[in-house]
Design a protein around this ligand. Structure first.
Ligand code: GUN
Ligand code: ZN
Length: 429
């Protein structure tokens, strides 16, 4: 395996979550212990150049090397429902999402959408994603087949939904659990791929299906879990009516063995302090999905309350409820959501903290800190080459940035896929 050296500005994160920025840095990528390329060295060019004097260096003047972004919650079958108008979550699911997902019974359709989705993620600088497939097992094979070919880190799972779901997407309790275990054994830990046990949300699963999912989660402790919780008021009332024995909607998942490290719950908006404490004590993490929450009118994630509870969280597009696969759009929407919290006494989110939530913070939520989401020595070599001169306005604005915060903010506010000049994936060799 070759060693690749890049000279450019470099953005990464320290253990204190603060950004480390080298205006003139050297990033050295090469063979890691498992066959996946990793960061071998990173730091100021002046300090490292002599050590790598015999290696060719690709000079990228004016460019910024940054960690590949992590999307902590996205639905690949929903690229074709982005921007579908509805009064709220439940009519949106019924009128647009379920009909579109039913098309994934056709493996050819699944493969075509998977190819498109992965290409779009990479074009937007996303190198790791925790992704919902559909209830059809073939939808998992389609996505992981594409990700495997590209060497991309992808985690997904067959959706579990054995009730309150129309024909075409509803599955059957026993078979859904058998299919889940088969897919875990086929894919989890194969190269850079991972499996996530994926109950859609409590209202679409019988207690027997949730129990079975919890049993699988106990039997396969390094498999991920993903679901939705506390997104929308009507959804919450429905979940409470279906599971009256549980203390809260979130507690339904805990009562079925579905909260632990590596469990990622999308939204987590309408929580009380006991819910937030449960997230912290179990090790579960929130996938904050601001463009989706604004588009579907679901509400605002409470950053101040999450921080004071010590809950883990990271950023997610939640496409197709979400409106964009661009991490820049998601970070900007998160900033607006933090602003809303500020009016209630919360703190405005800093650009460094926004960026961290979509990279190293999301990796921490996944239990993959030190593996992806950063350019520290030993991290897998997933990175983006950003071109702050990619549009006239970005060039003009970033040229006048007087600090790192100003530079990051200009990119968050004005950036999109044009900012991502290249995406490097640490494909195993
Ligand atoms: N709750 C259950 N299913 C979904 C989904 O597909 N998208 C969102 N945003 N919420 C959900
Ligand atoms: Zn979702």
């Amino acid at each position: 395996m070759t060693i690749n050296c890049y000279r450019a500005a470099i953005l990464r994160f320290g253990a204190d979550q603060q950004a480390i920025y080298e205006a003139d840095g050297l990033l050295v990528l090469g063979p890691g212990p498992t066959g996946v390329p990793v960061v071998l060295a990173v730091g100021p060019y002046a300090a490292l150049a002599a050590k790598f004097a015999h290696t060719a260096v690709e000079h990228l003047p004016g460019r910024i090397l940054a960690p590949g972004f992590i999307d902590l919650h996205v639905h690949y079958p929903q690229v074709d429902v982005i921007g579908s108008p509805a009064s709220g979550l439940l009519p949106w699911l019924e009128n647009y999402t379920f009909p579109q997902e039913s098309r994934f019974s056709d493996p050819e359709h699944a493969r075509g959408v998977a190819e498109f989705f992965v290409a779009e993620l990479l074009r937007n600088g996303v190198t790791t994603a925790l992704t919902f497939a559909t209830s059809h097992p073939g939808s998992v094979d389609a996505l992981l087949g594409v990700a495997e070919r590209l060497g991309m880190r992808m985690i997904t799972g067959k959706v579990l939904q054995d009730r309150h779901s129309p024909d075409g997407v509803r599955d059957e309790t026993e078979q859904s659990l058998v299919d889940t275990e088969t897919l875990i054994q086929r894919w989890h830990g194969k190269g850079r791929l991972g499996y996530a046990i994926t109950p859609r949300f409590a209202p679409s699963c019988t207690p027997a299906q949730l129990r079975g999912a919890g049993e699988l989660a106990a039997r396969y402790p390094d498999v991920w879990i993903q679901s939705h919780v506390a997104e929308n008021k009507d959804e919450i009332a429905w979940a409470r009516a279906l599971f009256p024995q549980s203390r809260s909607y979130l507690a339904v998942y805990n009562d079925h063995g579905l909260m632990r490290d590596r469990a990622i719950y999308a939204h987590c908006i309408h929580f009380d302090d006991a819910d937030r404490a449960l997230m912290r004590t179990t090790g579960a993490a929130a996938a904050v999905s601001p463009t989706s929450n604004l588009f579907l009118g679901s509400g605002f994630f409470d950053y101040a309350a999450a921080d004071s509870a010590g809950m883990r969280y990271g950023l997610a597009s939640d496409v197709g409820g979400g409106t964009s696969l661009s991490p820049f759009h998601t970070m900007l929407a998160a900033y607006y959501v933090g602003r809303e919290g500020q009016t209630k006494g919360g703190l405005s989110l800093s650009p460094q903290h926004l960026w961290w939530q979509h990279t190293a913070g999301a990796a921490l939520a996944l239990g993959l800190d030190g593996v992806v989401g950063n350019l520290a020595v030993g991290c897998e070599a997933d990175c983006v080459v950003l071109d702050p001169q990619c549009t006239p306005l970005l060039a003009r604005r970033t040229a006048q940035a007087g600090s790192l915060d100003e530079l990051l903010f200009a990119m968050i506010v004005l950036g999109d896929d044009r900012l991502v000049q290249r995406t490097l994936v640490a494909a195993p060799v």
